[in-house]
Design a binder for this molecule. Structure first.
Ligand SMILES: [Zn+2]
Length: 63
């Protein structure tokens, strides 16, 4: 079964819920493209530059 991920418009975190766990007031969207998996945010330049502060999947582009 395929999980349809949704992305938070604020932090780009990919979740399978209708709202972001970090921003409960923010509705997630299916309109996103590409994703990165951040394993250790402290050691990742990409994570630092993109503002991804916790481990998880993030969308590269959110509409
Ligand atoms: Zn969020």
């Amino acid at each position: 079964m395929k999980v349809e991920y949704r992305a938070c418009r604020k932090c780009k975190l990919l979740v399978d819920a209708k709202n972001c766990p970090v921003h409960p007031e923010e509705k997630t969207t299916k309109e996103w493209f590409g994703f990165v998996f951040i394993e250790s945010p402290d050691e990742s330049t990409l994570a630092r530059e993109s503002g991804f502060t916790s481990k998880g999947r993030y969308a590269i582009k959110v509409r």
